[in-house]
Design a protein around this ligand. Sequence first.
Ligand SMILES: [Zn+2]
Length: 240
Amino acid sequence: MNRRYLMLCTLAVMIVLAGVAERQLADDTQVISKVPTTHKVVAITIDDGPNYKATPEMLAVLKAKNVRATFFVLGQNAEHLPGLVAQEVADGHEIGVHTYSHPSLSKLSPQKVAEEFDKAEKAIAAIAPKPTLFRPPGGFYNSQVTEIARQRGYAVVLWSIDPRDWSCPPMASVVEKVLAEIKPGSIILLHDGQYPLPTPLALGIIIDRLRERGYEFVTVSELFQYNEVRHSFSMFNRIF
Ligand SMILES: [Zn+2]
């Protein structure tokens, strides 16, 4: 094999790798369910609140453990309990939008989807910094939903670990599911939209066990900064 042929092969492989990185980047900017990283960082996300009892319990655990999370709040609940959203902000948590009334967006007209954003944004506007994260209820979306979210400046965020805590399984099963599936860059889905839930108790144990394994907790926006595929792609851009 002569040297020129070897160089051509190397160049071809690098171009293919750059293409893969670009595609992953495009997917990432569409809908994010985890972040590719080797750092032991994960994000806890908490959906459907605030709820008058579940949310204060979750906030108390997070404060006691000194962990910041990301709350995907519902506009209609934020309207009823603005003080709890204000407390989330005051405690350093990130606020994301989870629509106003929790419909399956993929079944709605563009007008109705826009209305869900408008009403949710109005409910949150006076209490929290303008959110940049959006999570579609139930994880249901289509290209119309992602396009509307993108136009409004949101990253669409799903999850990589779902212990189905909303269905009130035994507390231990919530903990076990998270511990079994955790990886660097995981996004954990939990809930605070109803009461009672096994979640506040499970949350404290999850935090302790993951810390024992060397994990740190960050908000979803902070987790994006650990995206190594994105960073390696920008490195490719600089090289070529
Ligand atoms: Zn939800």
